[in-house]
Design a protein around this ligand. Structure first.
Ligand code: M6R
Length: 614
C-alpha cells in the first residue's frame, strides 16, 4: 500500500528518495511524487503510474537538495490523478506532507478549514491534514518550535490512521515524521537520517532503525534525531541494526518475484522448519511460544485472525489443529472479529497470522483481543513488524522477503507452522509419540516433496494454455483442501482478473453447479482419504453437465475413465502436508494463466502488498 520515504542529510535527496520509492514499489501503488526543500523554495514532481515516470520528470528539475519527502500512493480518497497524488502543499505554500492511512474525520476538518476561507486543490484527506498544520502555524506565536507544535496540534484533532512525513519552508534543517496506525520507521545513517514506512527503503544507507510507536513524533535533522510522545514529552528510542530487520531483494534469473517465490518454497520451508523439533523427534518446539506452556496446555479454544491468503492458511490450520490436538478452532476475518461481540468463553488464545505483520485489519483485531484480556500470539514473516512487536509471543516464518503481491511461499510456511502448532498442542494432550514421530517425519520430508511437485511445472503451464480463455472457474476440495480451493480461486482472480470461486466440493450441488457449462472449468483437489470417492462423484456431476474438469490427485488414487479431462498427480503424502502440496499446482496455474494474458503478476491492478488501511 502507500509508501513514504523522507531524507535529510548531506547527500543528494533526489537519488535517495527515488531509490527508496523503487524499493517500496512492491507494496502496490498507482501514482508517485516527491518534493524537495532547496534554498528558500520547494520543488515538487508528481506523476500517475510508475516511479519510472516520476524519475523522468524529476530529471528535468535537476534538484541538488538534501532534504525531501516522497510517496507512492494507493488511492483511497479521490481517483488516481496528479492533483490527488502526494506530496500535498498547504494553502500558504509553507508545508508539504506525504501521508499513509485514512483521516476518518477529514470531512469535518475540511469544513472547519473551508469556513476559514482555505481552499483545496485535491480530494484527499491528506491535503486537509496539511492545511490544518499550516492553519495552526498561522495562529501560533511562532517561536523555535512552531513547526513541531503545529504538527502535534493538527494530529491531536485527527481520528483514523496516519503515518506522515512533513517539511516546512521556514525550517530547512528539519524533517518531521509521525504515526498512529500506519507504520513508520526512522533510519539513522552517517550525516543523514531517514524516515520511511518500511525499513527496506533505506537498507544499505542507514545503520540503525527506530520503529515509532503509535502516537509518537520523530524530529530529524541531518545529524540528530529525537522522538516525542503525542503530548510532547521525550520518548525513548530503541534502536535496532537495519541489517537484522531487512534483507535485500533480488530477482535473480526469474521474470517475476511471484515465480521466484513459488520456486524458492523448498528452501523457504526448510528455513521455517529448521531447528524446530524436540530432541526426541516426536513434537515441534516453537521458541516464541515457550514462555506460554501453561496457557497452551489449558486452552479451551483458538481464534485465528487474518486476512486474504493468511486466513486461508489459518483455515488449513483449523482442520489440522482440531484433528491433532482436539482443541476447538475458529478462523475469523480480522476485519469482522474487530467489530463483533464475540463471547469471551474459557481460555481462548488469539493467533494473528500476517506475512507483512502490518495489515491494519489484523493489527486492530489484535488490539481488540488484548483489550478483552486475551492472550495473543503472532505468526509473521517480517522481523520487527508491528504484529511481532504487539503480540504476547509468536513465531517467525523465516521465508525471506515476499515481494510478489500474490502471496505464495508465505502461505506454505504459514500452513506448515499451523501443522507444527497442531503437533505441539497434540503432544501436550492425546497425540501418541508414534503419531507425533510420523508427523515430524512428514514435515521434514515436505521440502523435497515440494521440489518434486514444482518440477512438474511444465504440465501446469500446458494446462494454463489449454484453459487460458476461461473467464469463470471453480475450485473445489473437501476438508483441509477446501481452504486450498479458496486460495486457488483467490490467486487466480487477483493476478489474472478472471472470475474464480472456491467451494467445499459437496457444496457444488447447492448452487454453484448452475454455473457449469463447457466454458467453465472446475479444478478439483482429491484428498486421498476415504472421502476421495465422494469428491470423484462430484467431478462426475460436473462432467455429466459437460463442464471441463481438472483433477489434482495423489498418485495412488485411481480416477475412473471419463471423470476428468486432465489429471495432475501429486506424491502420496501425510495429511498434514497434503494441503501445501495441493496448493502448489494452483499457484503455478494462476501464474501461467496470468502471464499468458500478458499481465504483470507482481503488480496486479488495484492491489497492494501490505494493506495498511481498514
Ligand atoms: O501481510 P498479510 O499476510 O497480512 O496480508 C494479508 C492479505 O492482504 C494478503 O494475503 C492478500 O490476500 C494477498 N494479496 C493474497 O495473495
Amino acid at each position: 500500500m502507500c509508501g513514504i520515504v523522507g531524507y535529510i542529510g548531506k547527500g543528494v535527496a533526489q537519488e535517495v528518495l527515488l531509490d527508496g520509492l523503487r524499493r517500496l514499489e512492491y507494496r502496490g501503488y498507482d501514482s508517485a511524487g516527491v518534493a524537495f526543500h532547496e534554498g528558500h523554495q520547494f520543488f515538487m514532481a508528481r506523476e500517475t503510474g510508475r516511479v519510472g515516470n516520476l524519475a523522468q520528470s524529476i530529471q528535468r528539475k535537476c534538484s541538488s537538495a538534501s532534504l525531501g519527502i516522497a510517496h507512492t500512493r494507493w488511492a483511497t480518497h479521490g481517483p488516481v490523478t496528479v492533483s490527488n497524488t502526494h506530496p500535498h502543499v498547504s494553502y500558504d505554500g509553507k508545508f508539504i506532507i506525504v501521508h499513509n492511512g485514512v483521516i476518518e474525520n477529514f470531512f469535518s476538518l475540511k469544513r472547519f478549514l473551508s469556513q476559514k476561507k482555505i481552499e483545496f486543490t485535491s480530494e484527499t484527506d491528506s491535503e486537509v491534514l496539511c492545511n490544518l498544520i499550516a492553519y495552526n502555524y498561522s495562529i501560533l506565536q511562532s517561536d523555535g518550535d512552531g513547526f513541531i507544535e503545529s504538527v502535534r496540534m493538527a494530529l491531536s484533532k485527527c481520528s483514523g490512521a496516519y503515518g506522515i512525513a512533513v517539511i516546512c519552508l521556514d525550517y530547512p534543517n528539519t524533517l518531521i515524521g509521525a504515526r498512529r496506525g500506519s507504520p513508520l520507521v526512522v533510519g539513522l545513517g552517517e550525516d543523514a537520517n531517514f524516515i520511511a514506512s518500511d525499513a527496506s527503503a533505506f537498507v544499505g544507507r542507514a545503520k540503525d532503525a527506530v520503529f515509532l510507536k503509535d502516537g509518537e513524533l520523530a524530529i530529524l535533522t541531518g545529524t540528530d534525531f529525537r522522538i516525542t510522545t503525542s503530548e510532547g514529552q521525550e520518548a525513548q528510542a530503541v534502536t535496532q541494526p537495519v541489517d537484522q530487520i531487512s534483507e535485500e531483494v533480488d530477482l535473480g534469473d526469474f521474470d517475476s518475484f511471484m515465480e521466484k517465490e513459488i520456486f524458492e518454497q523448498p528452501l523457504a520451508l526448510r528455513n521455517t522448519l529448521r531447528g524446530r523439533f524436540g530432541d526426541d523427534g516426536t513434537t515441534a518446539k516453537l521458541g516464541g511460544l515457550e514462555g506460554h506452556q501453561d496457557e497452551l496446555r489449558n486452552l479451551d479454544r483458538i481464534i485465528f485472525i487474518a486476512c486474504g491468503t493468511a486466513r486461508h492458511a489459518c483455515m488449513v490450520g483449523e482442520y489440522l489443529i482440531e484433528r491433532l490436538a482436539r482443541v476447538p478452532v475458529e478462523v475469523e476475518h480480522a476485519s469482522e472479529f474487530r467489530y463483533r461481540n464475540s463471547p469471551n468463553v474459557g481460555n481462548s488464545l488469539v493467533i494473528a497470522v500476517s506475512q507483512s505483520g502490518e495489515t491494519l485489519d489484523t493489527l486492530e483485531a489484535v488490539r481488540e483481543a488484548k483489550t478483552k484480556g486475551l492472550l495473543t500470539l503472532g505468526i509473521t514473516n517480517v522481523v520487527g513488524s508491528t504484529l511481532a512487536r504487539e503480540t504476547d509471543g509468536g513465531v517467525y516464518q523465516r521465508v525471506g522477503p515476499e515481494i510478489g503481491v500474490a502471496s505464495t511461499k508465505a502461505f506454505s510456511s504459514q500452513a506448515c507452522l499451523c501443522a507444527m502448532l497442531g503437533l505441539a498442542l497434540g503432544r501436550m494432550r492425546d497425540l501418541s509419540p508414534v503419531d507425533g514421530r510420523s508427523i515430524v517425519d512428514a514435515l521434514n520430508g515436505l521440502p523435497n516433496l515440494v521440489s518434486e511437485v514444482l518440477q512438474q511445472g511444465e504440465q501446469i503451464r500446458e494446462l494454463a494454455m489449454k484453459y487460458a480463455n476461461a473467464e469463470h472457474l471453480l475450485f473445489l476440495g473437501r476438508q483441509s483442501l477446501y481452504p486450498v480451493a479458496l486460495e486457488g480461486a483467490l490467486k487466480l482472480k487477483e493476478i489474472s482478473y478472471a472470475h474464480a470461486e472456491g467451494y467445499p466440493a459437496a457444496e457444488l450441488k447447492h448452487g454453484p453447479i448452475a454455473l457449469i457449462n463447457t466454458e467453465c472449468p472446475s479444478v478439483f483437489m482429491v484428498e486421498g482419504t476415504e472421502l476421495s470417492a465422494k469428491t470423484i462423484a462430484n467431478m462426475q456431476e460436473v462432467k455429466a453437465r459437460k463442464g471441463p474438469v481438472i483433477a489434482i490427485v495423489p498418485q495412488s488414487v485411481e480416477i475412473p475413465e471419463g471423470s476428468a479431462d486432465d489429471v495432475f498427480r501429486l506424491p502420496d503424502a501425510h495429511e498434514v502436508v497434503r494441503p501445501i502440496l495441493a496448493n502448489l499446482p494452483l499457484q503455478l496455474f494462476a501464474y501461467h494463466f496470468a502471464r499468458l494474458r500478458g499481465l504483470d503478476v507482481d503488480k496486479p491492478r488495484n492491489l497492494a502488498k501490505s494493506v495498511t488501511v481498514e
